[in-house]
Design a protein around this ligand. Structure first.
Ligand code: SDX
Length: 428
């Protein structure tokens, strides 16, 4: 195959070099197009055919249902690694040895106290505030309490900012949940592992001895690994674009949290549970909701189905579906919502509308069933997604800064009014 692309516009043709990745993906590098053609640009709403960067962090093949972090398969990582090991691999490039992991965890623990004044910000929120709004606000507020972590250029300064956010973010996640549950804001213990500490902060009751449930610990480790990164998704692209202005790591992650909140993205896990609850309240009438999902006049979509990249099963959904079975069995929970989810999946997988459009269950379809079994409120599901995605956001932000990527500033095609004279208000 030729190593260049030729674009013919009218009588002019333009040549562009091809870029080939380590998994043989091909891109046309059009960065000289506008200059060479005196103004012609490409346009691609939703960036369905447009790459924003070259990245060495995550590889996914949507047609084959492949997902790898730093070359390691998601199946092996989910079943053999800990979330902190995966976070280290995403951020620094390779799975750590024991000494590297212990040092990383120790540095994180040393920065896991959040300024007491942050509690005053939490006090100001109404109890019914959505925890994603609390989390994005508090993450942005961290800048005020950690000014040295704003515009960092050196890898040493980045490392300090990284261990700070890895230490403080789980506290903010736990405090957001305890705020909406009316529980006192607490700390975990630096004597615990990363996930166990998250569990203690989230689930500890003020009047009970807290015990780690190994089933929940294992399921949470796996869920956070499955959410840890996913190449250039909406929220990660947001982190990269905001970071490209040198806004700093905490502000970039706060922007990513807001992007993740949308029901078409990370907010889907909450929307899936609400949809399944509606179907249950409607007598389990899955056919009615399938019809709504196919009705072009109905804005309803089958939440947890479809994906911009996966046109095959989302490999994460497969793992989470198996984990949902295990966790509910191990916890002795019989949740009719799981039966409704399975029925919906079976119907969709044999329905021509979904089959033709290659709409399969995605990562959000089953995850909420497990979070609910853990006793996590539905409004917190997307916050849990953010907790998992944190190392991916960090890794992508770090890569973008170290590669000195240019500020993200797309072009447009103007379709508004042509020039017109200003008319004084008295004459309008
Ligand atoms: C995540 O990008 C990532 O990697 C994201 C993520 C990550 O890890 O970061 O994987 C996490 O966000 C998963 C997706 C969670 N969202 C949902 O479950 C919400 C429901 N899904 C859809 O809204 C939709 O599938 C998207 C947003 C996920 C993808 O949308 P696209 O790629 O823009 O596809 P589209 O909207 O152009 O849909 C193509 C067709 C359309 O029909 P036609 O116009 O061709 O007739 O499929 C239809 C859509 O109407 N369609 C659906 C549908 N999803 C797509 N119809 C009914 N129900 C759905 N869920």
């Amino acid at each position: 195959m030729s190593d260049k692309a030729i674009l013919q516009v009218g009588d002019n043709s333009y040549e562009f070099p091809l870029i080939k990745g380590t998994e043989n993906e091909i891109a046309i590098n059009v960065k000289t197009l506008r200059t060479a053609s005196q103004g012609i640009i490409t346009i691609d709403p939703g960036f369905k055919n447009t790459g924003s960067c070259e990245s060495a962090i995550t590889f996914l093949d949507g047609e084959k249902g492949i997902l790898r972090y730093r070359g390691y398969s998601i199946e092996e990582l989910a079943n053999k690694a800990s979330f902190l090991e995966v976070a280290y691999a995403l951020i620094f490039g390779d799975l750590p040895n024991k000494e590297q992991l212990d040092t990383f965890h120790s540095d994180i623990k040393s920065k896991s106290v959040v300024d007491e004044d942050v509690k005053k910000i939490i006090d100001a929120f109404p109890k019914n505030a959505h925890p994603m709004g609390i989390l994005s606000s508090l993450t942005s507020a961290l800048v005020a309490f950690n000014p040295s972590s704003v515009n960092v250029d050196s890898e040493e300064e980045m490392y300090r900012a990284i261990v700070k956010i890895m230490g403080k973010f789980p506290v903010l996640v736990a405090w957001a949940m305890r705020k909406i549950e009316g529980l006192p804001l607490n700390y975990g213990s630096n004597s615990l592992g990363y996930i166990e500490n998250v569990m203690k902060m989230m689930f500890e009751k003020p009047n009970e001895e807290f015990e780690i449930n190994p089933i929940i610990k294992s399921a949470l480790d796996k869920l956070l690994i499955l959410h840890a990164d996913h190449e250039q998704n909406c929220s990660t692209s947001t982190v990269r674009v905001v970071g490209s202005s040198h806004a700093g790591l905490f502000a970039s992650i706060s922007a990513g949290i807001s992007a993740l909140w949308g029901p078409l993205h990370g907010g889907a896990n909450q929307a899936v549970l609400e949809m399944l609850e509606s179907i249950k309240a409607d007598g389990g009438d899955t056919k009615k909701y399938m019809a709504k999902a196919k009705d072009k006049n109905d804005p309803f979509r089958l939440m947890g189905f479809g994906h911009r990249v996966y046109k095959n099963f989302d490999p994460r959904a497969k793992i989470i579906k198996e984990a949902a079975d295990e966790v509910l069995n191990d916890l002795g929970i019989n949740d009719p919502i799981l039966d409704i989810a399975r029925a919906l999946e079976q119907e969709a997988l044999s329905d021509p509308y979904f089959v033709e459009r290659k709409l399969y269950p995605n990562v959000d379809f089953y995850s909420g069933i497990i979070y609910r079994a853990m006793g996590i409120p539905v409004e917190m599901f997307t916050v849990m997604f953010a907790l998992g995605r944190l190392p991916g956001w960090i890794a992508q932000w770090k890569e973008m800064r170290l590669r000195k990527e240019p500020i993200g500033r797309p072009r447009q095609i103007y379709i508004g009014e042509n020039y017109r004279e200003f008319i004084p208000i008295g004459k309008r």
